[in-house]
Design a protein around this ligand. Structure first.
Ligand code: GSH
Length: 223
């Protein structure tokens, strides 16, 4: 049975962390909301099932939401995680830390409300982004720098995506900080060269970063 991924069709967003795993593994999957009428299908499904927000995955009768939970499920099936429970939980914890990190990236441009435009929370964004750049970013990067040498897993694919997104959103900050996390930078480069991933990244299936996604480039939030 093929995997059915449900996620917003015009952004990388959280769905991309799942797409990267499916693509790297060469899995048979459908990106449902990107098919004609797919968003309507997704919204209808959500109104009838206990899912709060995309991304979610259907696999036969199984339904799982939340990026980290989806990857926890897919990990051993896609050979992107070992089978032992302790190793899987360790990866799951790391993925949850990535989810926290990603939420903080999101909050640099939406610190007050998801329903408001960036322009309506620009002053707060400037403060929040400065705090993120000064303190939080290095803390997260140093944490993963220490873990970068672990056996390849879906967590590496997610770290690749974090570096990609941060370079798009905060190019100047990243330029200054990357020399302090050489293992993470190497992990990013090695991951980009993986056979299937490389093909995916160059394909139209890879949505470009844009100003609707989680990683957004507002020059005033970079420094
Ligand atoms: N913890 C969830 C968060 C899911 C989430 O926030 N999804 C966003 C898109 S990236 C959404 O559609 N949210 C709608 C809402 O919060 O109302 C995950 O990691 O998957």
């Amino acid at each position: 049975v093929s995997y059915e991924l449900y996620y917003w069709p015009s952004i990388q967003g959280r769905g991309e962390f799942v797409r990267l795993a499916l693509e790297d593994a060469g899995a048979d999957y459908v990106d449902v909301a990107r098919k004609p009428g797919g968003v309507e299908t997704m919204l209808k499904f959500m109104s009838r099932n206990p899912v709060f927000a995309p991304p979610f995955l259907k696999h036969g009768k199984l339904l799982v939401a939340h990026t980290a939970a989806i990857l926890h499920y897919l990990g051993p099936r896609l050979k992107l995680a070992p089978k032992s429970e302790s190793a899987r939980l360790r990866l799951h914890q790391q993925q949850l830390t990535i989810a926290d990190w990603l939420a903080e990236v999101h909050d640099t441009h939406h610190p007050i409300g998801n329903g408001l435009y960036y322009e309506e929370q620009r002053a707060e964004s400037l403060r929040r982004a400065r705090e993120f750049r000064k303190n939080r970013l290095a803390k997260f990067m140093n944490h993963f720098e220490a873990l970068a040498g672990e056996p390849f897993s879906y967590v590496h694919l997610s770290l690749f995506q974090m570096i990609e997104g941060l370079r798009y959103a905060f190019p100047l900050t990243m330029k200054k900080m990357e020399s302090k996390v050489p293992r993470l930078v190497a992990l990013h480069g090695d991951t980009a060269k993986r056979k299937r991933l490389k093909i995916y990244l160059a394909s139209p299936r890879r949505i470009a970063f844009n100003q609707q996604g989680i990683f957004r480039h507002y020059p005033e939030l970079d420094a």
